[in-house]
Design a binder for this molecule. Sequence first.
Ligand code: GUN
Length: 274
Amino acid sequence: MAKRIDGKAISARVKDECREKVKNEKLDVTLAVIQVGNNPASTVYVGNKKKACEYIGIHSLSYDLPEETTEEELLALVEKLNQDDAVNGILVQLPLPSQINEDKVIQTISPKKDVDGFHPQSVGALCIGQPGFVSCTPAGIIQLLKRNDIEIDGKECVIVGRSNIVGKPMALLMLRENATVTVCHSHTTNLKEVTKRADILIVAIGKPKFITREYVKEGAVVIDVGIHRNENGKLCGDVDFEDVEPIASAITPVPGGVGPMTVAMLMNNCVEAK
Ligand code: GUN
């Protein structure tokens, strides 16, 4: 039976470390949080981020903009926050309404305030091993592995999913930790054969319970980034937990695995932004 990787407990520890640092070093940190429209999932995520700020002692400034906000208006706000020395981090919750070009918005955020780690300069720095903000979910997964004493160096890591937010930065981080990294995606042939090679399997594909035990090597560590609600309102991930748990050595549950780490690492980035 696999060890359950407790993201709730580890995220609480990371947040407590941030809180201690803010208190001991008397840091005055401010995060600007922008939400455009009323996407219900975004409202929940943004609420969690503001709550975490409050716990840690980070000031959060809320900008709740209407659905019909234009790209020019949003870019003007980001520019204003870039110039404001009292603001250390800028977070624009995604997705944005279709009239706004997300890439353009991300590129407008100053890399010095890019606490999401989405700016091309942040991604480029990660790619060539230079300092910069790292995307929060992949950074959180590294913490889950390290704080559970799971060796990464020299291991076969297979990542399923190649998004800019998770899959690609995850591959770069695992490479930085000296894993041998394979990235799979919707055009991968023989997916099962590839995932079965993994000592560490990281799944971020957005398909409920897609990964069953036929995809997993006995004793593998399985990290599930997915989150879905089934017909009965119960949460599940991209991994069929009940099916895979008996053969894995360690596995993240959904909820309470990767999810809480994203907010914790955002807080860590905000403290680093000071
Ligand atoms: N939407 C889903 N995840 C994220 C995230 O980590 N940051 C932002 N800004 N938007 C998101």
